[in-house]
Design a protein around this ligand. Structure first.
Ligand code: 13P
Ligand code: SF4
Length: 332
């Protein structure tokens, strides 16, 4: 990335104070219109950011949207690998991420040199990587997947295909358990989804026996075992709409509860508690770095921008396109 982030901060592009008399939501709308920009937001964003977005979705839907967008500028209210994926798929568009520090602990648990060494030990294996990886890791990948299509992507390969799955060990083990595959799994995890406490979830269930437990497959196995439904963010959301239960214990990042409440007025959503009751760690601190103020500054100054080396971009695009093609064929 050839931007000097510290310089952008110094110049005030990221946190620049905004005149209190302006209506930030109206200004964002005007800027989007005048610049032909689109704001994409992940379900883990703060509610006020989700509410001003043109499209809110999970990582699969957001990459599909970025690939098809006719906008000149894509502002990505999400984390770095998501904005990078948008840039890989839309190289002629300006892709902006309101705060470049919005990383991902899972993507950071899989570094290029280490993964290259790991991959070299299994030369006859096909490499499937979760979209939560850097563009460099995607250059070492055969097919990308997201939590919405991971099982189907794995199942699209012949039964005897040898597979490396990275970087999330919980998602990898979950796929192995339901497909009967024996994928070799990278030892990575997300700091949010690893923090849920089984003991405290079971206490909550005792107090609310009618509540259904729903969990993202990045959670540890004991949490998945007690879950009534396991799925990507969009699958969890859909389940809350379609299921007759009135109460849900939600074992994923708390931002999704904003959409759950909007789509299910009257139903009750209880965030699954983390092991440490004082840490508030079912919030992804990276996702929560994005604020409406940063979205406004980012649109106004068109910074910080995601810039990629073209040779790397072309290599990283191949496994993402394979994912999108498989997903389209399967109607996902
Ligand atoms: P989804 O693929 O469900 O959007 O999840 C992305 C993510 O970062 C989960 O922590
Ligand atoms: Fe990454 Fe975890 Fe945050 Fe998702 S919740 S973006 S996997 S750190």
């Amino acid at each position: 990335m050839n931007v000097n982030y510290e310089e952008l901060k110094e110049k005030g592009y990221i946190d620049k104070e905004i005149d209190n008399s302006i209506n930030i939501v109206d200004e964002i709308k005007k800027l989007k219109k005048s610049k032909n920009a689109i704001l994409l937001a992940h379900y883990y964003q703060e509610g006020d950011v989700q509410d001003i977005a043109d499209f809110v979705g999970d990582s699969l839907a957001l990459s599909q949207k970025a690939a098809k967008s006719k906008a000149d500028i894509i502002v990505f209210a999400g984390v770095h690998f998501m904005a990078e994926t948008a840039k890989i798929l839309a190289p002629n568009k300006k892709v902006l991420l309101p705060d470049l520090n919005a990383g991902c602990s899972l993507a950071e648990s899989c570094l290029y040199e280490d993964f290259e060494t790991f991959k070299n030990k299994y030369r006859d294996h096909t490499v499937i990587c979760y979209v939560n990886t850097t563009a460099r890791i995607k250059t070492l990948t055969d097919i990308v997947c997201t939590s919405s299509n991971a099982v189907q992507i794995v199942e699209s390969l012949p039964k005897n295909e040898k597979i490396i799955f990275a970087p999330d060990k919980n998602l990898g083990n979950y796929i192995n358990s339901i497909t009967g595959r024996k994928m070799v799994i990278w030892d990575g995890a997300c700091h949010v989804h690893e923090e849920f406490s089984l003991e405290r979830i079971l206490e909550l269930k005792k107090e609310n026996p009618e509540a259904k437990i729903i969990a993202h497959p990045e959670c540890e196995k004991p949490i998945l075992i007690v879950a009534d439904h396991i799925g990507s963010t969009s699958s969890l959301l859909k389940f809350t709409v379609e299921d007759r239960a009135e109460k849900f214990i939600v074992a994923t990042e708390s931002g999704i509860i904003h959409q759950m409440k909007k789509k299910n007025p009257g139903k009750i959503f209880i965030p699954a508690p983390p092991k440490d009751s004082t840490c508030g760690c079912n919030d992804c601190n990276f996702m929560k770095l994005i604020t409406t103020k940063k979205v406004y500054n980012c649109l106004k100054y068109e910074q910080p921008e995601i810039v990629l080396n073209e040779e790397m971009r072309i290599k990283a695009e191949i496994p993402i396109i394979r994912m999108l093609e498989i997903s389209e064929k399967l109607g996902l």
